[in-house]
Design a protein around this ligand. Structure first.
Ligand SMILES: [Zn+2]
Length: 163
């Protein structure tokens, strides 16, 4: 399956997750932070996040698949487990990219987007406690956020066949 996307510049709502498959898969959240914020990200501690666009990559391999996980991400839940919960509370999700499949592709995606020109890692180890990636969160220029993402992720889909 190719990479699909849903998006809304004003921010996706929890009910938008109803259109997503209940199968397992890999996903990327595009978040917009409207203003600079100091956020304490769990055990990573306090960090300054500047206003702008961020991409977080994860995989949903549990019960309810992509639809259940994305419903959680589209609801500003009280942070309890994932690093992304802390950033999610401060911003909005403007797009979701996803690909169904049992393979855990999040590290391939995270590595690919981190290598985009203009992508930076705001907080090392964010979302990457259990792997060797620098982080599963990158900050993107507005231009990247609007244009290059789907192309980059699609390239990893054809090149990184890890199924
Ligand atoms: Zn990783």
């Amino acid at each position: 399956m190719t990479i699909q996307q849903i998006g809304r510049p004003a921010g996706l709502e929890p009910q938008d997750s109803l259109s997503l498959p209940r199968e397992n898969g890999t996903y990327a959240l595009l978040l917009r932070l409207p203003a600079d914020r100091d956020i304490r990200v769990g055990q990573l501690g306090p960090s300054r996040f500047t206003a702008g666009h961020y991409l977080y990559v994860g995989s949903a391999l549990g019960s309810g698949g992509l639809a259940a996980r994305l419903r959680r991400h589209l609801t500003a839940v009280k942070p309890s487990f994932w690093h992304i919960d802390y950033l999610r509370q401060a911003g909005m999700v403007t797009a979701v990219y996803y690909q169904t499949g049992a393979a855990r592709r999040e590290c391939v995606w995270a590595t690919a987007v981190a290598q985009l020109p203009g992508a930076t890692i705001p907080l090392p180890r964010f979302g990457a406690s259990d792997c060797r990636c620098a982080a599963h969160l990158v900050q993107l220029t507005a231009q990247l956020a609007n244009a290059a993402l789907i192309t980059t992720l699609s390239l990893t889909a054809s090149a990184g066949n890890d199924a």
